[in-house]
Design a binder for this molecule. Structure first.
Ligand code: SF4
Ligand code: SF4
Ligand code: FES
Length: 326
C-alpha cells in the first residue's frame, strides 16, 4: 500500500525472549505488524514494547547511530537498530524477520546482553594515550594533518560490539581480544603522541589472545555500522609488528614470512613448503594428511611446482609493496 510515497508492508517478527531471573530456557514470540518504509528497526522494538508487551527489554539511547547501544541481530546479521531501515531489512530478508540479541548466550533480558567480556578486552589493550607529558609544556604537541590521517577510521568506533559478537574466534576462544579491541589498539598505535607503542604491540602479539589468532574471515568488516573495518586495522598492526622488529618467531609469523619466501622464489604459493616453514620439525604430525593430499593431487612435490613466467615482475612487486623487516 502507498500513501505519498510512504509504503506499508505486513511483516512477521519472531522475537527472542528470555529473562535470566525467571526463565530456564529462551523462547520466541511472534508479532505480526504493518511496517512503514519510514521506520527503522528501533521503531519496531519500540512498538513491541509500547503496543504489545511492556516487559520487552532492549537498549537504546542516542537514536542517531552514535552511542552503539541498540545493536541487535536481524536474521543473524548484526544491525544497529536505529540506523537500519526496515525497507533495507525487507529487501535483504523478506517479510519474515527474526530479532535476536547480539549474543544469545549472553542474554540477560531479551535483547539486553552482558557485555562484560567486550569491555574487559577493550580495557585490556590500554585504550588511551600513554605519554610522559610535561607538567608545564612550552607549547602544545602538534600533530600534522598527515599524522592525524594515519588513525584512519579507527577513531569512528562507537563500541557497539557488533563486530565482537560476530567474530567466530571470540565465540570459541574466550581469551581472544576481538576486532573492536584491535581497532581501538590501532587507534593508539597510530597516534604519534603515544609512548607505549612497543609495549602494547608486544601484548597484542601474544598467542591465543592476540592478533595472530584472527582467521581473516572479514566478518567484522561486514557488520560494522561505522565502517571502521577492523580487519584492515589488524593487518596494519601485523605490519607494525614486523616494521618495529617486535614480532617474535611463532607459527603465525613464520607463516607470514614463509608466504613471502614462497612467492619470491617461484611466483606461486608452495603449500608444502609453507607448512614446513611455519611448523618446523613439528611438520611430522602433518605427514599423514600431506600424503592424503598428495594422492588427491592437492599438493605437489617442490621440484614439480613450475616457476611463474613473470617471476621478475612478481619479485619487483613484492619488493615494492613489502613494508616488513623479516
Ligand atoms: S576477520 Fe578476524 S577479527 Fe574479524 S571477525 Fe574474522 S576472525 Fe574476527
Ligand atoms: S568496530 Fe564497528 S562494529 Fe566494532 S564496536 Fe566499533 S563501531 Fe561497533
Ligand atoms: S540508539 Fe545510539 S546507536 Fe542506536
Amino acid at each position: 500500500m502507498s500513501t505519498n510515497s510512504i509504503t506499508t508492508q505486513k511483516v512477521n517478527f519472531k522475537v527472542f525472549r528470555f529473562n535470566a531471573d525467571d526463565d530456564y530456557l529462551p523462547y520466541y514470540e511472534d508479532y505480526n505488524m504493518e511496517v512503514t518504509s519510514e521506520e527503522v528497526v528501533l521503531d519496531i522494538l519500540n512498538r513491541i514494547k509500547w503496543d504489545h508487551d511492556g516487559s520487552f527489554s532492549y537498549r537504546r539511547s542516542c537514536r542517531h547511530g552514535i552511542c552503539g547501544a541498540c545493536a541487535i541481530k536481524v536474521n543473524g546479521r548484526s544491525t544497529l537498530a536505529c540506523k537500519e531501515s526496515m525497507t533495507t531489512m525487507i529487501e535483504m530478508f523478506g517479510t519474515d524477520l527474526v530479532l535476536e540479541p547480539l549474543s544469545i548466550k549472553r542474554s540477560v533480558k531479551d535483547m539486553i546482553i552482558d557485555k562484560a567480556d567486550f569491555w574487559d578486552k577493550h580495557e585490556a589493550i590500554h585504550p588511551y594515550l600513554i605519554s610522559d607529558i610535561e607538567e608545564d609544556p612550552e607549547h602544545e604537541h602538534l600533530v600534522t594533518p598527515e599524522q592525524a590521517e594515519e588513525l584512519l577510521e579507527a577513531d569512528l568506533c562507537i563500541q557497539c560490539g557488533a563486530c565482537h559478537y560476530a567474530c567466530p574466534v571470540v565465540e570459541i576462544n574466550e581469551d581472544f581480544f576481538g576486532p573492536a579491541a584491535f581497532a581501538k589498539a590501532y587507534r593508539f598505535e597510530a597516534d604519534v603522541r603515544d609512548d607505549a607503542h612497543t609495549e602494547r604491540l608486544l601484548y597484542l602479539h601474544e598467542e591465543k589472545q592476540g592478533l595472530w589468532d584472527c582467521v581473516k574471515c572479514f566478518e567484522c568488516a561486514e557488520v560494522c555500522p561505522k565502517e571502521v573495518n577492523p580487519i584492515d586495522k589488524i593487518t596494519k598492526l601485523h605490519q607494525m609488528l614486523f616494521k618495529k622488529g617486535v614480532a617474535t618467531s611463532n607459527v603465525a609469523t613464520r607463516h607470514a614470512v614463509g608466504f613471502k619466501h614462497s612467492i619470491v622464489k617461484r611466483g606461486v604459493l608452495d603449500e608444502g613448503q609453507l607448512v614446513l616453514y611455519s611448523e618446523g620439525p613439528s611438520i611430522i604430525k602433518h605427514i599423514p594428511v600431506a600424503i592424503k593430499m598428495f594422492r588427491k593431487g592437492k599438493i605437489a612435490m617442490p621440484w614439480a611446482i613450475p616457476k611463474s613466467d613473470n617471476l621478475d615482475e612478481i619479485q619487483k612487486l613484492v619488493e615494492s609493496s613489502s613494508t616488513a623487516k623479516f
